[in-house]
Design a protein around this ligand. Structure first.
Ligand code: UDP
Ligand code: MG
Length: 335
């Protein structure tokens, strides 16, 4: 990785830090969030990009008020509620900083951790993600489902997501640009930020309870979120049909000699074992065929997602290759 990006040996100099926050019905939190953010960031040069995800309480006015009095506060109002990940993406698109922090508005993630993350960035880490050590003030059901989710994701998915890492993370401009070059529609940002690579480290912290209000993640949103996560990083569900098909077909094959024996010794009513075998065999064959179709759909899905093939971190003695017509995969990192 490029060691010196300005400044003395290997230490990157911060021009602008963008803090990106989605807000949905957070009227009770806005003021406290802003105060704590100001205190935590101290004299770091920063901008606060807040995305109002279609709240209809007082959140929009409060945000506009802040923007009026502090030009560092940038506000984006979405036309309706698009959901956490979409709102976050909108904020990231508008962030101008050379290092970007995503943080929830509810103060479950302490803004005081940000200077530490920036320090890690200064010393060359491109993605610093915060890992929640303990999670206070969350229901047993939430903790349990979160645990299942991370376990399932680890089994199925192609990226290595640290347990309990939320969306609270810092990204270097290059890593962010690479992530934003992934045009997929069902977005699972914390998986995508790992997918882009670069140097990644974790910082752990105890997670506080929500400052005010209730979780904005309903069960419905949580289910959609986990489905998005798993389907965008795994083909295993598509391959399930193949596995089940194999099992059925294998059982059917084992049953064939048994059916013959049963016929000879007349242990069952005539025809029953044969019928069973045939049903299993045909079922198995059908599932196998479905699995094959699934494999193709998986490939089509990969093509449609249109992710870059690779992401270049840095170049030595070689130029960015000339673009021939179409935008080239892997060339998405600005230098
Ligand atoms: N949020 C959003 N749109 C939504 C739901 C949530 O912008 O549809 C925001 C919310 O205001 C908060 C963050 O996303 O800043 C995380 O939401 P929440 O704290 O409710 O989720 P949890 O921490 O319970 O998973
Ligand atoms: Mg929260």
């Amino acid at each position: 990785m490029g060691p010196a990006e300005g400044g003395e040996r290997g230490v990157r100099e911060l021009q602008l830090l963008s803090v990106v926050t989605p807000m949905y019905f957070e009227e009770d939190t806005v003021a406290v969030f802003y105060e704590r953010m100001l205190a935590a960031l101290g004299d770091l040069p920063f901008e606060l990009v807040v995305v109002n995800d279609g709240s209809t309480d007082r959140t929009p006015e409060l945000l506009d008020g802040l923007a009026e009095s502090d030009p560092r506060v940038k506000v984006i109002h979405l036309s309706r509620n698009f959901g956490h990940q979409a709102a976050l993406s909108a904020g990231l698109d508008h962030a101008a900083g050379d290092c970007i922090v995503m943080i929830d508005a509810d103060l479950q993630d302490p803004p005081e951790l940000i200077p530490k993350m920036v320090d890690a960035w200064r010393h060359g880490t491109d993605v610093v993600y915060a890992v929640r050590e303990e999670r206070e003030g969350e229901t047993r059901a939430k903790l349990m489902t979160a645990k299942w989710f991370y376990a399932l994701f680890a089994k199925l998915a192609s990226v290595d997501l640290t347990q309990n890492s939320g969306d609270f993370r810092l990204m270097d401009r290059r890593a962010l640009d690479a992530m934003l070059s992934m045009p997929e529609r069902n977005r699972f940002l914390r998986g995508m930020s790992v997918w882009v690579g670069f140097t990644q480290t974790a910082i752990s912290y105890p997670r506080d309870p929500r400052h005010a209000g209730e979780t904005k993640y309903t069960w419905k949103k949580m289910i959609k979120f986990s489905l998005d996560a798993i389907t965008s990083f795994s083909h295993v569900p598509l391959q399930l049909a193949t596995i089940v098909g194999f099992v059925c077909a294998a059982v059917a094959f084992c049953l064939i000699p048994l059916a013959i024996l049963a016929r000879i010794f007349e242990v069952f009513d005539a025809g029953v074992p044969t019928l069973l075998t045939v049903i299993l065999l045909i079922g198995g064959i059908q599932l196998l065929c479905l699995g094959i179709v699934g494999e193709y759909i998986g490939r089509i899905y990969d093509e449609v997602k249109g992710r870059p093939l690779y992401v270049v971190g840095a170049r030595r003695n070689v130029e960015v290759p000339e673009r021939r017509g179409r935008k080239r995969a892997g060339d998405l990192v600005r230098r």
